[in-house]
Design a protein around this ligand. Structure first.
Ligand code: NDP
Length: 340
């Protein structure tokens, strides 16, 4: 039974190592040489550390191969028609290298003026995590302006959660309550991002704190974490509510499939209260990404959405930054600055 305590495999910085190598030797037709400005570490990467990633769209990282993920940088040499020297580009498949050769078809050009020159935002609030928040809320949240809804966000001080809660407010939720792992994060959510209240799940009883913060129950739940926190939220959801099943990070170090199985009580609560809980994957909405990026950048420039980042310097710290993010060391998007 899945109730048996599962094995836990914690990632540690020693799982990563840096090697010096020379890029090249030659640029092929259709390739560019890029200099990396910023790299991203993301929870899904934990799944890429397993031979079976649990998701058909995620390939495992190969042992001793160069790791890849989200990155943004500048074109230094080009042998393709669509990209010129000094263009800013991003990719989901950026090698963790200070410079790399990349095929044009893996790159998207980005416009620095969209983010007032804050290039790292393309990896966070105006990139994949921001789109996850926007499309998750819009596609699965059923937020209706004027309907007096309460939204709860778990993982609320992270890259997706911090944006999702702010979009809940912009889209008309009456109350937006965040759940996160420290008092400092709670303070930032309420004082800086305009959340109605925040709950530190590491202190006291989550159910009791939620009852106080959500006197009218919960209508929309943006779930980044799963596990007991989500059980506590779902127990307080109203009839006909909606769970946005974004992620389940509390289970990623365990040997369980995705999405991990729910306990009987939670399954029963979903059924008896007619709550939807559909799996959401941002990559299933590629056709909505371009408009989404424009929308997010506009909100950020107008100040409707505030951006939080935790920035670490140096490619040698990628493993440290990844492991720190997995344990909650970040407020907002965890970014690694690679070069100026
Ligand atoms: P975050 O910036 O939110 O970083 C991860 C955070 O998770 C940490 O800061 C930590 O914050 C929290 N966390 C770690 N372990 C636990 C735990 N055991 N219980 C509760 N919280 C925990 O990452 P992202 O915003 O990039 O990702 C958030 C979620 O969204 C992940 O589950 C990810 O897989 C998912 N995701 C889904 C996508 C989709 O298409 N469906 C796309 C992108 C992301 P704290 O201090 O609060 O513990």
């Amino acid at each position: 039974s899945y109730k048996v305590t599962r094995l836990i495999f914690l990632p540690v910085p020693g799982h990563f190592r840096v090697e010096e190598a020379i890029v090249g030797p030659f640029l092929k037709e259709g390739q560019v040489l890029v200099r990396t400005l910023f790299l991203s570490v993301d929870p899904y990467m934990r799944c890429r550390m397993n031979e079976d990633t649990g998701a058909e769209y995620l390939a495992p990282w190969g042992l001793s191969e160069c790791v890849d993920g989200g990155g943004v940088g500048v074109v230094e040499l080009s042998r393709c028609d669509g990209l010129s020297v000094d263009d800013m580009v991003t990719s989901f498949n950026w090698h963790w290298q200070t410079q790399c050769l990349m095929d044009e078809k893996l790159l998207q050009k980005v416009e620095p003026q969209l983010v007032d020159g804050h290039i790292s935002y393309f990896l966070g609030a105006v990139g994949m995590p921001g789109l996850t928040a926007l499309l998750g809320v819009r596609e699965k949240g059923h937020v209706t302006d004027g309907a007096n809804q309460t939204m709860v966000v778990s993982g609320a001080a992270g890259a997706c959660g911090s944006v999702a809660g702010q979009i809940g407010r912009v889209d008309g939720c009456t109350r937006v309550v965040g759940i996160c792992g420290s008092d400092e994060k709670c303070r930032v959510l309420v004082e800086d991002l305009g959340f109605s209240a925040a709950v530190n799940y590491r202190q006291g009883d989550v159910a009791t704190a939620l009852k106080e913060s959500c006197p009218n129950g919960v209508d929309v739940y943006f779930d980044n974490v799963g596990g007991p926190i989500s059980d506590a939220v779902i127990a307080q959801m109203n009839n006909d509510g909606h769970v946005i099943l974004c992620g389940q990070i509390s289970q990623y170090n365990k040997d369980v499939p995705y999405p991990p199985p729910l306990c009987d009580e939670t399954r029963e609560a979903l059924k008896s209260k007619n709550i939807t809980r559909e799996r959401f994957t941002v990559l299933n909405y590629m056709e909505k990404h371009e408009a989404g990026i424009i929308q997010l950048s506009q909100w950020v420039r107008e100040g409707q959405i505030k951006v939080l980042e935790t920035v670490v310097n140096g490619i040698e710290n990628m493993g440290v930054a990844f492991c720190s993010m997995m344990k909650g060391g970040n407020i907002g998007k965890q970014i690694i600055k690679i070069s100026d």
